[in-house]
Design a protein around this ligand. Structure first.
Ligand code: FES
Length: 72
């Protein structure tokens, strides 16, 4: 789906940029041009960044090298 109509940028393109490290509107604007004209897409793009930021920490929980799983 198109998120940024002015620049014909889709949610897939935005998600790919976020997955590759874009973590702010400033990054998305410089990488893709999101929000560089009317700015109406910024609310949705910001929500996509927030959703990815909230989801990320759980997948990056470090496991100690000497960790032994408990056996039940
Ligand atoms: S819809 Fe993105 S700048 Fe206008």
């Amino acid at each position: 789906m198109y998120v940024c109509i002015c620049n014909a940028i889709t949610d897939t393109e935005i998600q790919e940029a976020i997955n590759q490290g874009a973590c702010s509107m400033k990054c998305l604007r410089s990488e893709l041009g999101v929000g560089s004209q009317c700015g109406k897409c910024e609310t949705y793009a910001t929500k996509m960044i927030a959703a990815s930021t909230i989801a990320a920490p759980a997948s990056f929980v470090p496991i100690p090298l000497n960790h032994k799983p408990s056996q039940s």
